[in-house]
Write a protein that binds this ligand. Sequence first.
Ligand SMILES: [Zn+2]
Length: 383
Amino acid sequence: MQTGWVVLVKNNKIEQAGSMMFKLPAGTEIIELKGMTLLPGLIEGHSHLFLHPYNETSWNDQVLKESRAERTVRSVNHAKATLLAGFTTVRDLGTEGAMYDDVGLKESIEKGLIIGPRMIISTRAIVATGSYGPKLSADNESIKGAAEADGEDALIKEIRTQIGKGADFIKIYADYRWGMNKEAQPTFTFEELKKAVEIIQSSGRKLVVHAVTPEAMKRATLAGVSTIEHGDKGTEEVFKLMKEKAVALCPTLSAGESILQYDGWKKGIDAEPQRITDKKKSFQLALKTGVTICMGGDVGVFAHGDNAKEMELMVEYGMKPIDVLKSATSVNADVFGYGDKIGRIKKELLADIIAVEGDPSTDIKNIRKVTLVIKNGVIYKKP
Ligand SMILES: [Zn+2]
């Protein structure tokens, strides 16, 4: 944390940042931020701009009953809410049945047709046949929330297709609640994951996996993925391996909290559900082991624009506010491969800058009091 800094933005870049040791060019617009904290634009590490809260409409019904047009219209609103909440970048982890529509959403934002965050996208995500929903009955096959591919050849073809359509990275479900018993078990073999990493990395991209079981987390880590999403049942052995192999964890604390609350848990009144107690323990174990922690809430399960919920929960579950702020900025940027462009207030980086009232490093709730939003040098909100 620095005091008294001046940041000079020219076009879409940060031209200078630091104490007032440089002269401002004539005609510079000056925005005073007394009593506020200037930060790099926040980076949401796990969003689904094509989903909206499950207590409004269940995931199944969103995938099965909402038209693609409706889902796109919703995503436009979600993108705006996200940006104005200070999240200037999202890593979006799959359209969940809306095919490649994230490509068009991203392009519409880049062309200035609508306002929204910088998007890093995965398009459809990849699942093993039989593992993913919606699941209707043994006789009734529906459209799926992701692309099914099995075996190395099919995986290679699906990965290359998604890259061709515009995927910036690939998401694979390394485990899921298979079949009808709703029990999470590993899906892809180690060999399949390893081949996927080889193909993806040779295209200059990264693989991220959904995994909650220790076995799937272990396979993914050894295969060389970039991040593991959720990681609910991570053990000390798995977290040590992740640290050793520089695989980051995106814990998505808000997803679990939201779903349990939709199911009737009254937080602060009812007893803490076992799932929350277990999640706190595994998150604290990951922290203690020194695993790199990304900030990503699985937003879409809960409301877009409420992304800060995850940052508050990370603090509540035992992480220092300053470390949470780093996760949401420089750490996410570095882990996602964008550290030379965003995530820091630094000369030559893109001008993605926000300000909030007060100091979020002493009270994380201040991160919600957004007064200034600049993305790519364009001002979207100012005090
Ligand atoms: Zn997700």
